[in-house]
Every structure is written in C-alpha cells, then in structure tokens.
Ligand binder design. Structure first.
Ligand SMILES: Nc1ncnc2c1ncn2[C@@H]1O[C@H](COP(=O)(O)OP(=O)(O)OP(=O)(O)O)[C@@H](O)[C@H]1O
Ligand SMILES: [Mg+2]
Length: 254
C-alpha cells in the first residue's frame, strides 16, 4: 500500500497533530552533490516512523536536517510550529536541547563521563532539573543499571548504543530521532530497544527511526523508503514482506 507522504496513518486518530513538517528539504555537499533531494514529510504525534534505504541514500543526513543538527541547503523544517530556518544558532540549539532527543549512529557519548552522567547530560544542558530516579530508570530500561558508573571506553558497542538510547529517552521530548538504534545489538537487546521506542511514541511524542532491519521497520506505524536522497515509497501499516518488496523494487515513483 502506498500513499502520499504525510498522509495520516490509519492507526492514528484523525485529531493527531503534526509535530514536524518538512517541505522540499534538500542538502548538498561539495563533492557529494545533492544527498537529500526535495523531501517533504510530516511526522505525527504518537507515531513511530521508520526510514529505510540503501547505505549512502541520505538517511542520516535527512535525520540531521529534520532535527536541526544541520541546516538544509534549501527547504523548510518546522518543529512544533517553529520554522528552524528562522532561528539563529543559539535559538536552534535551545530548541534542540529542549524538544528533540537524538540517538546517533555513532553514539556520540562523552568519553570522560560515566554512563549515568551521559544520560543525565541533555537535561542538565537544557537547565532542567534531572531527577536521579529518571536517569536510573532510563538505564534500567536498557538493562544497564549495573554499568551506570562505567565510562564509554569500558563498555561494548552494544552497551554504548543502549546508553545513547537511554540518554535520548530519559527526559520527555516532543520528538526523538534514532539513527540505527539497534545496529550494534543482538536480537534480544534490539527487541528491548524497539519496544522502548514504541512506548516513547506515546501521547504527544513522535519517534523517527532509521534502520536497516526490515523486521524492525515493520513494527513502525509508517515506513518511508529513501532512495538517492528522495522518498521512493511510503508504506502505511507495513508488514516485513511489504517493506522488503518496497526496498528491493526497482523503478522510480511511488
Ligand atoms: N559532511 C559530509 N560531507 C560530504 N559528503 C557527505 C557528508 N555527510 C554525508 N555525505 C555523503 O552523503 C551521502 C549520504 O550519506 P548518509 O550518511 O546520509 O547516508 P546513509 O543513508 O545514512 O548511509 P548509511 O546507511 O551507510 O548510514 C553519502 O554519499 C555520504 O558520503
Ligand atoms: Mg547513516
């Protein structure tokens, strides 16, 4: 099943609001050309949206543009009604700190801080009161209570990835972006992280997840297939077979 990107998934209520609206977003890099090419999409409160596509198709770059980590070359991104392109550097950083959680493909943990302090850091930077029990709970949810005092260098790749997930979910956010959040995990830990992301996509929140795992993508409310920086297909109520077909199907268009 395909539809126009931004159509409301049947699983969501008609009253659901868009927390993110992107219009005709492109990103060019010197030497690499246009790696994101005219992407328009909406992300709705309460949904888990998966983005899949071949390596190099622009998934991480798109996530960085949607979350305000990078400025698109052209196009517009609104988060909660605020147009990111109208914000100066510090206002954009503030909006990111206060409203957006991000799980990086490369984890981006601070090596000098313990797992516990890494999880507490975004709230501290946003000058929010961070309760010890929120940090403890976030670490417990990813199964890492016993490693709370370890620094990243003493953690396995999968453990570092789980700290990065705990960090993004420890405080309430309108929007959580997760770039390959299960890439370093075995199937049990991966399933645990997926279920955390699913429950994070609660009432007023939305989760946008890039994944190469088509089974994981099929647990989302909606899947966007990216190819050469553009949305190639959109699947509502995806199944693993439908995602596989959409990823492997040739030809352009939706
Ligand atoms: N800072 C940059 N400068 C120049 N080119 C870049 C930069 N970042 C990404 N690219 C290029 O943009 C393209 C898309 O990269 P991107 O990381 O978004 O892909 P991806 O879909 O996330 O891939 P993967 O699945 O391997 O993570 C690639 O060709 C990459 O080399
Ligand atoms: Mg990537």
């Amino acid at each position: 099943m395909t539809a126009h990107p931004g159509a409301l998934p049947a699983s969501l209520s008609a009253r659901t609001r868009a927390v993110l609206v992107a219009h005709d977003v492109s990103k060019e890099y010197p030497g690499a050309g246009r790696v994101v090419d005219g992407v328009s999409l909406q992300v709705f409160a309460g949904e888990l949206l998966a983005i899949v596509g071949p390596s190099g198709s622009g998934k991480s770059t798109l996530l960085h543009c949607l979350s305000g980590l990078e400025r698109p070359t052209s196009g517009s991104v609104q988060i909660g009604g605020t147009r990111l392109e109208e914000l100066g550097r510090s206002a954009l950083a503030r909006l990111r700190r206060e409203r957006v959680g991000f799980v990086f493909q490369s984890y981006n943990l601070i090596s000098s801080l313990t797992a516990w302090d890494n999880v507490a850091l975004p709230a501290r930077l946003a000058r929010r009161r961070v309760r010890d029990e929120d940090v403890d709970r976030a670490l417990a949810h990813v199964g890492l209570s016993s490693r709370a005092r370890a620094r990243p260098a003493a953690l396995s790749g999968g453990q570092q990835q789980r700290v990065a997930v705990a960090r993004a979910l420890a405080v309430d956010r309108d929007l959580v972006f997760a770039d390959e959040p299960t890439g370093a995990l075995d199937s049990a830990a991966g399933a645990q992280v997926l279920s955390l992301l699913r429950s994070a996509a609660g009432a007023n929140r939305a989760v946008v997840m890039v994944t190469h795992d088509l089974q994981a993508a099929a647990t989302a409310d909606r899947v966007l297939v990216l190819r050469d920086g553009a949305i190639h297909r959109e699947l509502l109520a995806p199944t693993p077979t439908a995602v596989l077909q959409a990823v492997t199907a040739g030809g352009g268009g939706r």
